[in-house]
Design a protein around this ligand. Structure first.
Ligand code: G6Q
Length: 541
């Protein structure tokens, strides 16, 4: 059994949870008019209100004890100093170096990585300028109008989410599309919109061996050649982002048109590397660097601030509090900023691929919850779909409300209703509505028989992260906040958040099954379900 659960810090939290089990947040607010002031924090132009949680000052102190006892400060220092903290892959996890705008030397195996990082950023700048200014011409001499990023997982979700969020900063001539799914329907749809003469494909793959990405890239190249009828066109219409020069060459992309990164950049932490090329070319290099600066500011905050006033630490520990001591199993992410509508999907990977683990760094099975299921959509739409369950369902579901004071749209004046809804939802979740309040509100309209249906238990926790209007800096800070939150939680759970062995088995079995679908193999060795499904597929072909 892992030792985490045996530690005095963990045990103290178990005892404390029992003492708070029946406490109502509405009473905590009534007892302490300063609750918001005590339980909120502003960092990097983001206000974090964590007052609407089932916690007291003692809870936070006990959680901080757990973090300290788990070695958070030591692990944080090791991460920032380039130690090989990703033990199962024997490498550093140094996404913080990619956005280290101070250029403080960061050593990996005794070598400062900053000069290489800066060289790639310069190469990206020159490429982005050429595309944006119409100097990079397609095979027939026309400027680029469409960018298609072909990648999956970390080579897709981050770039797509950020590019979508920063549409206001987009170069007016450029439209960017993201192709990730192996089903050709996605690529087909994109190719039906774009013009081969003015389209640039960015093949984004750390390993350059990912089945989905290479299959899509080959089909895109075939489409291009069908239209332009000249092999040399590939040079003008394909660039690659990878750590693997040889495979890029073999694919037929000129290494001159390759943007490099390094094995110490994890896929889901790679939007800060050249994998962010689709972002940079769409919004311009200066804006991309603003994104990096915002992340760097949050890094510095996380690296230097004491745990008590440290935003990623607090966000992470509050999550641990619910997962491990209140037995919650999901976490909702609810943006009230349409620009961030893809954030829940991005965070699903960041959180669940990082912390969806069942053994500690040393391989000992854990006997407590690790990562919750992360889910959510744009909050306002969610209100008309699943908020019913948040208000009156049977589960305790912590929710993060991510709220922009100003929209990306400068006109129409919808923003007061948006804000009213965001504030009202968190307030309603916290307060609920008891019988007396329900009677007073509904008066004669209340049908006695249905009274239980009209009650709201309340006491549902939420965090609010609020900012003015989303800028590249704020977005950078927000993403870094969640990255470090995930790291803090991984330390409390004693797990390695930087590997992802869980994705291997399915890939391996898919490779084994492919021959059976191509009609080559004997299907006898599979389980009866797989055999039955193969037979059904063959029958319909
Ligand atoms: C992320 C994962 C995974 C990865 C994809 C794509 O942390 O490692 O999502 O990003 O499998 O891998 P490639 O970039 O190598 O194609």
């Amino acid at each position: 059994m892992s030792t985490q659960q045996q530690s005095p810090a963990w045990k103290a939290l178990e005892v404390h949870q029992q003492a708070l089990a029946d406490t109502q947040m509405r009473d905590l607010f009534a007892q302490n008019p300063q609750r918001f002031a005590h339980f909120s924090l502003q960092v990097c132009d983001i206000l974090f209100d964590y007052s609407k949680n089932r916690l007291t000052a003692e809870t936070l102190a006990l959680l901080q004890n757990l973090a300290r006892a788990s070695g958070l400060e030591m692990w944080r220092e090791r991460m920032f100093n380039g130690a090989a903290i990703n033990n199962t892959e024997k490498r550093a996890a140094l996404h913080v170096a990619l956005r280290n705008r101070s250029n403080r030397p960061i050593l990996v195996d005794g070598k400062d990585v900053m000069p290489e990082v800066n060289t790639v950023l310069e190469k990206m700048r020159s490429f982005c300028q050429r595309v944006q200014e119409g100097e990079w011409l397609g095979h027939t001499g026309k400027p680029i109008e469409s960018i298609v990023n072909i990648g999956i997982g970390g080579s897709d979700l981050g770039p797509k989410m950020v590019t979508e969020a920063l549409q206001n900063f987009r170069h007016p001539r450029l439209h960017t599309y993201f192709d990730s799914n192996l089903d050709a329907a996605q690529l087909n749809r994109i190719l039906s919109i774009v013009n081969p003469e003015t389209t640039l494909f960015i093949v984004a793959s750390k390993t350059f061996s990912t089945q989905e990405t290479l299959t899509n890239a080959r089909s895109a190249r075939q489409w291009l050649l069908e239209h332009l009828q000249d092999e040399t066109a590939v040079r003008k219409h394909f660039v690659a982002v990878s750590t693997h020069t040889q495979r890029v060459k073999e694919f037929g992309i000129d290494p001159q048109n390759m943007f490099e990164f390094w094995d110490w950049v994890g896929g889901r932490y790679s939007l800060w590397s050249a994998i962010g090329l689709s972002i940079a070319v769409t919004i311009g290099m200066d804006n991309y660097l603003r994104l990096l600066s915002g992340a760097h500011q949050m890094d510095e905050h996380f690296r230097t601030e004491p745990l008590e006033r440290n935003m990623p630490v607090l966000l992470g520990l509050i999550g641990v509090w619910y997962s491990n001591f209140w037995n919650t199993s999901t976490q909702a992410i609810l943006p009230y900023d349409y620009a961030l509508k893809l954030l829940p999907f991005y965070l699903q990977q960041l959180e669940m691929e990082s912390n969806g683990k069942r053994v500690t760094r040393d391989g000992v099975p854990v006997e407590y919850h690790t990562c919750p299921v992360v889910w959510g959509t744009a909050g306002n739409n969610g209100q008309h779909a699943y908020y019913q369950l948040l208000h009156q369902g049977t589960q305790l579901i912590p929710a993060d409300f991510i709220v922009a004071i100003k929209s990306q749209a400068h006109k129409y004046g919808h923003q007061n209703p948006v804000l009213a809804n965001a504030l009202a939802q968190t307030r309603a979740l916290m307060l609920g509505r008891n019988e007396a309040e329900t009677r007073a509100t509904l008066g004669d309209a209340l049908d006695e028989e249905y009274l239980p249906h009209r009650l709201f238990p309340g006491n549902q926790p939420s965090n609010i992260l609020m900012y003015d209007r989303l800028t590249p800096e704020i977005l950078g800070s927000l993403i870094a906040l969640y990255e470090h939150k995930v790291f803090v939680q991984s330390v409390c759970w004693g797990i390695n958040p930087f590997d992802q062995w869980g994705v291997e088995l399915g890939k391996q079995m898919a490779a084994e099954l492919l021959p059976a679908l191509e009609g080559e193999a004997n299907v006898g060795s599979y389980d009866s379900s797989t055999q039955g499904l193969l037979a059904f597929i063959r029958g319909l072909r």
